[in-house]
Design a protein around this ligand. Structure first.
Ligand code: PMV
Length: 342
């Protein structure tokens, strides 16, 4: 039996669009902060037949949709394909019972798939004889691209192997040609993420389908180029220098750019709503008035993440809790996925 625990991450440079859909190889690199909460735990045991179960934080069983089960099964078969490449074709037992316990409400803009697939990857990596963090991040990526980043704590990049850029199409689409690596650990720079959730409705189009159509946006090639030539490095430099103003500028630029790509792809995706625009405008005003180190960013949903330094924390919490009809989550920087029982 093996049990792992993991948490979501929030992207500063967003992953949007693939260069290879089936293996979830991202078109561009990305950067995120691993959060310390809410947690997902996964337990795997030998079992006479394959079984998946999922429970919510109050202990009630969540009925898994067919497409959720299919995604977990597909992830397992890709994981086996990857492990076969590492000469471990039989590392995962023929049948397993997999139990997921999640404290994250699904599809609200807090990356539940990142936490789930990084926790699954930790268990598979343990069953395969404790693979390296790099290999574990590849396994996580096969289920959800952003999950690769939750394998590490602190500040994390998801990168395309530099070698793969110089290879011809087929060789550059190898299953292991994108992986996560740590930029700085969770003690490097104490930042906080105050999360404002304006709606608990599940989104209609998930990010997996969205990634597949990103290339149809006329803005997509420019986005990939801007990240590859400039933004990724600017973000990493701002993190290493703990330069909040630079981090704010590049994070917000990249967030709006991703949402412009989403809106202009076919079919068009509009994940933000009126509440998102109102909150981000009010934060811009508050930041200017009170000179607060706070930045905002949104993933594939209307949820607003307010990332701030400690000196802004009280004011940002007050702002968040004053929002009507919103759910608030408070988190800081986490240590990444871990095996808690083996
Ligand atoms: O890992 P996925 O397939 O859920 O994609 C994540 C996409 C964004 O959350 C919008 C951006 C990111 O980098 O996390």
């Amino acid at each position: 039996m093996v049990t792992s625990r993991s948490t979501p991450n929030i992207a500063l440079i967003k992953y949007w669009g693939n260069r290879h859909d089936a293996y979830r190889l991202p078109a561009a690199d990305s950067v995120s902060i691993t959060l310390d909460t809410p947690c997902v735990e996964v337990t795997m045991k030998h079992s006479p037949s394959f079984m998946f179960q999922s429970f919510l934080s109050d202990g009630t069983e969540k009925v898994l949709k067919e497409k959720d089960i299919a995604r977990i099964e597909h992830h397992l078969s890709l994981t086996k394909e990857f492990l076969a490449e590492r000469n471990l074709p039989d590392a995962i037992p023929e049948s397993l019972s997999v139990v997921i316990r999640s404290a994250i409400p699904p599809a609200i803009g807090i990356a539940s798939s990142a936490a789930v697939f990084s926790a699954l990857a930790k268990c598979y990596a343990a069953l395969a004889g404790n693979r390296s963090d790099k290999d574990t991040s590849i396994i996580a990526r096969l289920g959800s691209g952003s999950a690769a980043r939750s394998i590490f704590g602190g500040f994390v990049a998801l990168v395309n192997d530099p070698e793969s850029r110089n290879l011809k199409d087929e060789a550059s689409s190898q299953i292991s040609s994108a992986y996560a690596s740590q930029i700085a650990d969770e003690h490097h720079w104490p930042l906080f993420d105050i999360i404002i959730v304006p709606t608990m409705e599940e989104k209609k189009v998930g990010s997996t389908e969205g990634h597949h159509m990103a290339h149809t946006s006329p803005l997509f090639p420019r986005r990939v180029e801007a990240i590859t030539q400039r933004r990724q490095q600017q973000c990493i430099d701002a993190i290493l220098a703990k330069d909040f103003e630079k981090l704010q500028a590049v994070t917000e630029e990249d967030c709006w750019d991703m949402h412009n790509v989403m809106r202009t792809q076919t079919p068009s995706l509009q994940y933000l709503n009126d509440e998102t625009y109102r909150i981000t405008e009010e934060i811009e005003d508050l930041r200017e008035r009170e000179h607060l180190p706070v930045l905002y960013t949104m993933d594939a949903g209307p949820t607003v993440h307010l990332i701030c330094e400690e000196e802004a924390l009280d004011a940002i919490k007050r702002f968040a809790h004053a929002q009507k009809n919103c759910r608030i989550f408070e988190s800081s920087i986490g240590k990444g996925a871990e095996v808690i029982e083996n």
